[in-house]
Design a protein around this ligand. Structure first.
Ligand SMILES: C[S@@+](CC[C@H](N)C(=O)[O-])C[C@H]1O[C@@H](n2cnc3c(N)ncnc32)[C@H](O)[C@@H]1O
Length: 408
């Protein structure tokens, strides 16, 4: 039953300053660009599940990472500082078959300055760093001492292959270039289209600070199971995944790809529906931005109300799109840090700027909090913080008498 008075309804769009101020406080755009590694570290300092994996032969390919105990969903399985980070564009030039005509010595120079000499006064550390990179998949299998046994070109080719097979993309906030990072144990994570873990790279503000990776369980992983991540995008169908993976010379042997047509078709159907809702949500978000920017024409109350109504309608469509995605999502869809974060950013921003309607805003917060439950399961660190802020926001709105769209 709607218990709000006609007067309340008339006042619906007024006095939003509290809510807007509260939203401004949780605006991810104000949070993200200021994050530096030093600030991220305490978040990263979440307890690591000690001795929970080993590296051994995998049925998927070469070596893989396997659980040595039951790993509950959300556990931090690995965290590591990059052994080597390198700008992607520079990388292009490194390839011996490079169109820019640069010699292979550049990759060796970069390797020598960033890895082999990462500790100027500790030869032992330099040796460990060098051997760690040389031992990675695709580089120098069967070569005992690459530095002594190979020509400069062979050495450069091997290093380029190591980067191509094991590099993980990331960006630094103060640097427009795309970067590739090489980690040690996380390089042994094989791909599965039904992942069991998610990897997230925390790039600091400045490339000189390096990058850190976190690998978390996306679901409960049983003792002996292989820990896998997904190299492809969250909603990619079999056809798209196959195209991407074959470009990287991978014929996927995961349980989904080898599980029969029925299974892949059902997964494709679900992923296509999510992709459609995601695209529609992005379009609606842009529409919302445009609707908000457009002047209301005559600055009459009517024109302002019409504009507001339009914005509210679009904001609601954004919520509907989200609900479709929410209903179809599985933890094996690689949703944690990447997808849900963006989803919420768009959603929260969309509702904040698009709607002066308190019912819509309160409903949106409840929706976000409901998503929070999914996130709690996934233990996505950043989101945990975000949810806490949402809870606080909800509390403020309730205190201001806006709960459930009714004035107290
Ligand atoms: C980052 S490495 C993974 C660890 C690697 N198995 C090793 O021995 O170090 C990436 C390479 O593993 C192989 N790979 C990973 N996942 C695979 C899968 N699902 N099916 C087949 N090969 C896979 C591919 O050759 C890929 O280039």
């Amino acid at each position: 039953m709607d218990e709000s008075s006609p007067e309340d309804k008339e006042n619906k769009c007024t006095d939003m300053s509290d809510i807007e101020a509260a939203f401004a406080a949780v605006d991810p755009y104000t949070l993200l660009p200021t994050l530096r590694l030093a600030q991220i570290r305490p978040i990263l300092n979440m307890p690591l599940l000690e001795d929970c994996y080993e590296i051994r032969k995998s049925p998927l390919h070469g070596l893989g990472v396997f659980a040595t105990k039951d790993i509950p969903s959300g556990s931090l399985i690995m965290t590591e500082q990059a052994v080597w980070t390198i700008p992607k564009k520079a990388l292009l030039k490194f390839y011996p078959f490079d169109p820019y005509g640069n010699g292979p010595s550049q990759i060796i120079e970069h390797f020598a300055s960033s890895v082999a000499n990462f500790s100027d006064d500790d030869d032992e550390l330099n040796r460990i760093g060098t051997e760690a990179v040389f031992a990675l998949d695709g580089g120098f299998e069967g070569v005992e001492d690459p530095l002594a046994d190979l020509s400069e070109e062979e050495l450069a080719k091997g290093l380029a292959r190591i980067i191509a097979k094991n590099g993980k993309s990331h960006n630094y906030q103060s640097d427009e270039r795309h970067w590739v990072a090489i980690f040690q144990d996380p390089s042994r994570l094989n791909h599965s289209c039904m992942l069991s873990a998610e990897q997230h790279i925390w790039s600091s503000f400045d490339p000189r600070d390096g990058a850190i990776i976190q690998v978390r369980a996306a679901r409960d992983i049983e003792l002996g199971e292989e820990v896998t991540v997904q190299y492809t995008k969250p909603f990619d169908t079999l056809e798209i995944r196959t195209a991407f993976l074959s470009f990287h010379d991978i014929v996927c042997k995961c349980t989904l790809c080898t599980g029969g047509r029925g299974r892949t078709q059902a997964a494709d159907k679900r992923r296509t529906a999510m992709q459609k809702a995601w695209d529609s949500m992005q379009r609606n978000y842009h529409k919302l931005e445009a609707a908000i920017e457009r002047p209301a024409g005559l600055r009459t109350v009517r024109a302002e109300n019409e504009k507001r109504e339009k914005c509210v309608k679009i904001a609601r469509r954004i919520m509907e799109n989200m609900e479709i995605i929410d209903a179809k999502l599985r933890p094996t869809d690689q949703i944690g840090s990447f997808l849900m974060w963006h989803l919420l950013q768009i959603h929260c921003e969309g509702v904040r700027i698009g709607s002066g309607d308190r019912d819509t805003i309160v409903a949106a917060i409840d929706r976000i909090l409901a998503f929070g439950k999914t996130f709690k399961e996934l233990h996505t660190v950043m989101f945990g913080q975000y949810v806490a802020q949402m809870v606080e926001l909800r509390r403020k709105i309730e205190a201001a008498g806006f709960a459930g769209g009714q004035r107290a």
